[in-house]
Design a protein around this ligand. Structure first.
Ligand SMILES: Cc1cc2nc3c(=O)[nH]c(=O)nc-3n(C[C@H](O)[C@H](O)[C@H](O)COP(=O)(O)O)c2cc1C
Length: 403
């Protein structure tokens, strides 16, 4: 019975007529998946390929949200609430995607945001990503939990990346991390503030059950055989005593921003702000920028998409500091909408990780190319020749998310 069903699905997937009528059939169509990065038509094809090569536990790590993954899904789905307002007969023979944010120039507003343990997806991990962001001159934020040290990532990028900081529960350690990133030339530290005290990554836990490999050959494991967070194995913690060290601290408050600013010359950006009040507090407390983020649906199960939080954060920041955003961006049109709602730059997480898992550096480059092409076409269609011309007037808020 199972076999018959599978055979039917394969037949449906291979049928050109059905594929044209029902695009979802492509999900079944093994033979139509791209054979090289260059052939990938959208980021979802790379997602499908990545799923085939990444072992279940690592796939669960990448794809998981929290609880029932409601916020994770909302992040992408909510982009459909906004529509583009096409404009005609504008001279769009020259379209410029370049931006400058916090004094840093990039070829496009789309950047690769921090993901820890990228070697779980590809042995070259952060280095492959850095080579890709170098080639595309894209913004790049590395994770505190990166698989490679900041010095090697910066060397591969050919210019310093931004450094994402987990605050830790020991300020002396935090200071050591910050000083190291600063010494390596990083211009910006992005402090993640959205996960103060744990989270329930249910999908990750479920997929671990499906993984028959022995985790202890790569990870230290707990009494159930599941990988244990082991900071001492992360390159940024080499030489640091990780006894009793936690990545975050539940008692952290706004005075941390000043404390951090007192020990670094890097610009301080707060990653994980979702409300107008916190945006105003970020300004008051001296932050240099904000990233609207819910950690890709991995912090609390709020059910609220970052694109829906963005307008109030922009309002709270009142033009005093740049507001960037991430979460659920899968199309260049999503990027366009975020820019129209006031974002200065837009980060992606999972999409470049899919590219990395599928084709290494080439896959990351392809993801950036696909999204940049889609963004360019959205700009052409709306008569926006520069990122500055993507204003509130270029989109419409329908006020509802189609089912
Ligand atoms: C597997 C995974 C690991 C992540 N690791 C980090 C991290 O170490 N630090 C951090 O600030 N954010 C981390 N994030 C969040 C991303 O930086 C980003 O906010 C999020 O992935 C954006 O949503 P998207 O994946 O839908 O594009 C991680 C996200 C994923 C999916």
């Amino acid at each position: 019975m199972r076999l018959e069903r599978r055979a039917l699905l394969r037949f449906l997937g291979a049928s050109p007529v059905l594929t044209a009528l029902a695009p979802w059939t492509r999900a079944f169509s093994e033979e139509r998946l791209p054979a090289s990065a260059a052939e990938a038509l959208d980021v979802f094809e790379l997602e499908a390929l990545a799923q085939r090569v990444v072992p279940p536990a690592h796939w669960g790590y990448l794809q998981s949200g929290v609880d029932g993954d409601v916020t994770l899904s909302a992040n992408h789905a909510a982009y459909a609430r906004y529509q583009l307002r096409a404009r005609r007969l504008v001279d769009v023979s020259h379209v410029d995607l370049s931006i400058e944010v916090l004094g840093i120039k990039a070829a496009s507003p789309i950047g690769c945001w921090p993901i820890g343990s990228l070697r779980a997806l590809n042995p070259e991990g952060d280095i492959a990503v850095a080579r890709a962001t170098k080639k595309k001159n894209a913004l790049h934020i590395m994770s505190t939990q990166a698989s490679f040290p900041v010095e090697e990532i910066n060397a591969a990028r050919g210019a310093p990346v931004w450094y994402q900081l987990y605050t830790t529960n020991q300020f002396q350690v935090t200071k050591t991390l910050v000083k190291r990133a600063e010494a390596a030339g990083c211009p910006v530290v992005a402090v993640t503030v959205d996960t103060p005290a744990g989270r329930n990554t249910e999908t990750a836990a479920r997929l671990r059950r499906a993984d028959t490999r022995t985790c202890s050959s790569c990870h230290s494991v707990d009494e159930h055989g599941y990988p244990r967070a082991n900071l001492s194995t992360k390159p940024m913690f080499s030489g640091i005593d990780t006894q009793g060290l936690g990545l975050t601290q539940a008692s952290l408050t706004w005075d941390f921003v000043k404390r951090l600013k007192d020990v670094t010359k890097m610009k301080v950006v707060l990653k994980g702000i979702e409300s107008a009040e916190d945006a105003a507090l970020a300004v008051q407390n001296g932050a240099d920028g904000i990233i609207v983020s819910n950690h890709g649906g991995r912090s609390i199960e709020s059910g609220r998409a970052t694109i829906e939080s963005l307008p109030e954060v922009v309002q709270g920041a009142a033009g005093r500091i740049p507001v960037l955003v991430d979460g659920g961006v899968r199309r260049g049109t999503d990027v366009f909408k975020a820019l129209a709602l006031g974002a200065s730059a837009v980060g992606i997480g999972r999409p470049y990780a899919w590219g990395l898992a599928a084709f290494g550096q080439d896959g990351v480059e392809r993801v950036l190319d696909i999204l940049n092409l889609e963004l360019r076409l959205a700009m052409v269609g709306c008569g926006a020749r520069t990122v500055r011309e993507i204003t509130a007037a270029t989109i419409i808020d329908s006020g509802r998310i189609p089912a």
